[in-house]
Write a protein that binds this ligand. Structure first.
Ligand code: AGP
Length: 615
C-alpha cells in the first residue's frame, strides 16, 4: 500500500505535494519521491527513507518550481527500498513519469518483451515496466498519452492506482485505478490526485472517487474526463462533497487503525495471494520457495521461530504443514529458542515469521539458526526489514502497513502465506491428491469474500461485548487448527482491554481450567463444523453444567451449539485448514469493542510497542 499525490493548477505544486505525502505516510514510508514540470523539463528527486528525508534532499537538489507535479511515498512490494526503486519512475525517453500504488502481477513477462524491443531498466520495480509499456504503445501507435495508458492497461494483470504525465503535454495528468484507491480533488481551476482525500481536503471538499477499471484525463482549465479502461467509453463524473475530517480520512473513515485493519483483511489476503495462487492453472507460484525447493523437500523438520501473534500464526502452520505436507514442525518462541542451546542441523529449515521484520528475539533466533547451518526462510510484512535481509529467502505478506499495535491483518496474511507454502510442498511431495489440492486452491480463493461475510457479525459481536465488558477473566477454547486461534483471541483481548484471558486446547479444560468456571466466567469456544466438532460440543456441555457463559464461534447454520451456548457467532463454512482465517475475525472484533467500551487506547495500548526491537 503506497501513497500517491498529484497536482495540476495555478499554484506551486511542490508545497502541496510535499504536505500531501506527509499526510499519506501512514500508507507507506520506506521511500519517497517527487517529479515536477518546471516549464521546460521534468525535475525529479527521490530517496530511500521518509518524506522528511526527501524534503531535506530537495532543499538543495532540484528547483521546486512548477504547477504540475506528482509525488509518492512507498510501501515496497517489488524491489527493496532504495533510491532507484523509489517512485516516480521515468520512461526510457525521459518524456513520461509515473507513480503507482499496487502490484502488476505480469510485470516480468511485460519486461521481457520490452527488453526485446530495446528498453532498459534501472530499477527492480513493476512500476518502471508499466511506464515503459505506456511509452512503447504511445510511440508505436503514435497516439496521445491518455489513449496509450488505456491500451497499455488492458495488457496489465494486477492492481494499480497510477498518475502519469508527459513533459511534452504539460497541461494534463492521466490517472487510472484497479484495486487501489484514487481520488480527484476538484478545486477552482486546479485539480488534486491522491490515494485518499487527506492531501487535498484543506483546499477543496469536492472529490471524484474513481471506480475500478476507470481512468481519467485531468486537464488544466479544462476539467476531468473519465473513461472505462476496457472500452474507452465515457463515464459521467460523480462529484461528492466530502464530510470527513483529516483524521477520519487517514483511518479510512474508521474510528481506529485497528478497526480499519480488521476490515482491510479481505483485500490484504487477496493481495497476499495475488499473483501467487493461480487456481485456473492449478499452480502456486512463489519464487522464494521454488528457488529453494530441494531444501524444503529434504528438510528433516521445519522449525518456526516467532513472537506473539506471529507465533500463533506459526502454530497454525504446524497443523497445516504436518497435515498437508507431512513435514515435522516445531514451533518455538524466538525468545526461548535463542537461549536454550537448541539442537539445529543443516537438515533443518527454519521459518521466521514477523510482521515488522524488526523483532529482536526473532532476529537473534535467525542468526543462531544460520550459525548452525540451517536454511532460514522469512515471512515478513515489511520489505527490506532487518529480518527480510537476514534470512536466506522469504515471502512477503502484502498486508500493507499495520499501524494498530494489535496485529490483525498480519495474522491472517501470515497464515495465507504459510498455507500457500504448505500446499506447494504437499504438491511437490505428492502428499495431497490433485483434487484435494485444487479444492484447497479454490477454497483459499474464496476466503476474502468469506472474511467479508464474517465481518457482517460486527454489530452482534458488539452487543456481546457490552454484556461481558466488565468481567475480569475470559477463557478461550479451541481444538486442532483452532487451538492457536483461541490463543490469539485471548492475546487480542489482553493486550487492548487489559482483561485477563487465557487460550487453551478445549480438551485441556478437564486438566485444570474447568475449576475456574462459574456463572461469572465467559468462555469463547470455537466450534466450527470441521475438526472434532462432537468433542467440542461435549466440552461445551461440561461448561454449561458448571453455569459458564458460552460464546460459541460456529459454522453458519449450526443448530446444536446454538441450543447450548448463550451466544453464537456464525462464520462461513470452509475447509478445516482455512477455518482460522475466519474464526479469528469475531475474536478480533470482540476484543476491539470491549476495549473501546472500557475507554482504552485501542491503537496504542499501554506498555506495548508495535515492534519489540529490544530484548
Ligand atoms: C500482537 O498483537 C502484538 N502486536 C505482538 O504480540 C506482536 O505480534 C509480536 O511482538 C511480534 O511482532 P512481529 O510480528 O513484528 O515480529
Amino acid at each position: 500500500m503506497c501513497g500517491i499525490v498529484g497536482y495540476i493548477g495555478h499554484r506551486e505544486a511542490y508545497p502541496i505535494i510535499l504536505k500531501g505525502l506527509k499526510r499519506l505516510e501512514y500508507r507507506g514510508y520506506d521511500s519517497a519521491g517527487i517529479a515536477l514540470y518546471d516549464g521546460t523539463d521534468i525535475k525529479l528527486s527521490k530517496t530511500k527513507g521518509k518524506v522528511s528525508d526527501l524534503e531535506t534532499r530537495l532543499e538543495n537538489e532540484i528547483s521546486t518550481h512548477g504547477s504540475l507535479g506528482i509525488g509518492h511515498t512507498r510501501w515496497a512490494t517489488h524491489g527493496v527500498p532504495n533510491d532507484i526503486n523509489s517512485h516516480p519512475h521515468y520512461s526510457n525517453s525521459g518524456d513520461l513519469v509515473i507513480i503507482h500504488n499496487g502490484i502488476i502481477e505480469n510485470y516480468e513477462s511485460l519486461k521481457k518483451e520490452l527488453i526485446k524491443r530495446g528498453y532498459n531498466f534501472k530499477s527492480d520495480t513493476d512500476t518502471e515496466v508499466l511506464v515503459n509499456l505506456i511509452e512503447d504503445v504511445k510511440k508505436n501507435e503514435n497516439i496521445k498519452l491518455g489513449k496509450a495508458v488505456q491500451i497499455a492497461l488492458n495488457q496489465v494483470v494486477g492492481a494499480y492506482a497510477i498518475a502519469v504525465f508527459d513533459k511534452n503535454k504539460p497541461n494534463e495528468i492521466v490517472v487510472a485505478r484497479l484495486g487501489s484507491p484514487l481520488a480527484i480533488g476538484i478545486g477552482e481551476d486546479e485539480f488534486f490526485i491522491a490515494s485518499d482525500a487527506s492531501p487535498f481536503i484543506e483546499y477543496t471538499k469536492n472529490a471524484i472517487y474513481l471506480e475500478d477499471e476507470e481512468m481519467a484525463i485531468v486537464r488544466r482549465n479544462k476539467g476531468v474526463k473519465i473513461r472505462k479502461i476496457k472500452d474507452d467509453s465515457l463515464v459521467d463524473p460523480y462529484v461528492q462533497a466530502l464530510q470527513l475530517n483529516l483524521e477520519q480520512i487517514e483511518k479510512g473513515g474508521y474510528e481506529h487503525f485497528m478497526l480499519k485493519e480488521i476490515y482491510e483483511q479481505p483485500s490484504a489476503i487477496l493481495d497476499t495471494f495475488r499473483g501467487r495462487l493461480l487456481s485456473n492453472e492449478g499452480i502456486i507460484k512463489m519464487a522464494g520457495v521454488e528457488d529453494n525447493m530441494k531444501k524444503f523437500l529434504n528438510a528433516h523438520r521445519i522449525i518456526v521461530v516467532a513472537c506473539g501473534t506471529s507465533w500463533h500464526a506459526g502454530l497454525v502452520s504446524e497443523y497445516i504443514f504436518e497435515d498437508l505436507a507431512r513435514i515435522p514442525v516445531e514451533v518455538e518462541y524466538a525468545s526461548e529458542f535463542r537461549y536454550r542451546n537448541p539442537v539445529i542441523t543443516e537438515n533443518d529449515v527454519v521459518i521466521a515469521i514477523s510482521q515488522s521484520g524488526e523483532t529482536a528475539d526473532t532476529l537473534a533466533a535467525i542468526k543462531l539458526a544460520k550459525s548452525k547451518g540451517a536454511f532460514v526462510f522469512g515471512v515478513c510484512n515489511v520489505v527490506g526489514s532487518s529480518i527480510a535481509r537476514e534470512t536466506h529467502a522469504g515471502a512477503y505478506t502484502h498486508a500493507g502497513p499495520e499501524i494498530g499495535v494489535a496485529s490483525t491483518k498480519a495474522f491472517t496474511t501470515q497464515i495465507t502465506v504459510l498455507t500457500l507454502i504448505a500446499l506447494r510442498l504437499a504438491r511437490a511431495k505428492g502428499t495431497i491428491s490433485s483434487s484435494d489440492y485444487r479444492h484447497h486452491l479454490i477454497e483459499l480463493e474464496l476466503i476474502p469474500e468469506k472474511v467479508k461475510k464474517a465481518l457482517e457479525s460486527d454489530a452482534y459481536v458488539k452487543s456481546i461485548a457490552a454484556i461481558y465488558k466488565d468481567v475480569h477473566n475470559f477463557l478461550y477454547l479451541g481444538r486442532g487448527y483452532n487451538f492457536p486461534v483461541a490463543l490469539e483471541g485471548a492475546l487480542k483481548l489482553k493486550e487492548i482491554s487489559y482483561i485477563h484471558a487465557e487460550g487453551y486446547p478445549a480438551a485441556e479444560m478437564k486438566h485444570g481450567p474447568i475449576a475456574l468456571i462459574d456463572e461469572n466466567m465467559p468462555i469463547v469456544v470455537i466450534a466450527t463444523k470441521k475438526g472434532h466438532y462432537e468433542k467440542v460440543v461435549s466440552n461445551i456441555q461440561e461448561i454449561k453444567s458448571r453455569k459458564g457463559k458460552i460464546i460459541g464461534i460456529v459454522t453458519e447454520g449450526d443448530k446444536q451449539v446454538k441450543g447450548l451456548a448463550d451466544h453464537v457467532i456464525e462464520v462461513p463454512e470452509t475447509i478445516e485448514s482455512l477455518t482460522p482465517l475466519l474464526t479469528t475475525i469475531p475474536l478480533q472484533l470482540l476484543s476491539y469493542h470491549i476495549a473501546l467500551m472500557l475507554g482504552k487506547n485501542v491503537d496504542q495500548p499501554r506498555n506495548l510497542a508495535k515492534a519489540v526491537t529490544v530484548e
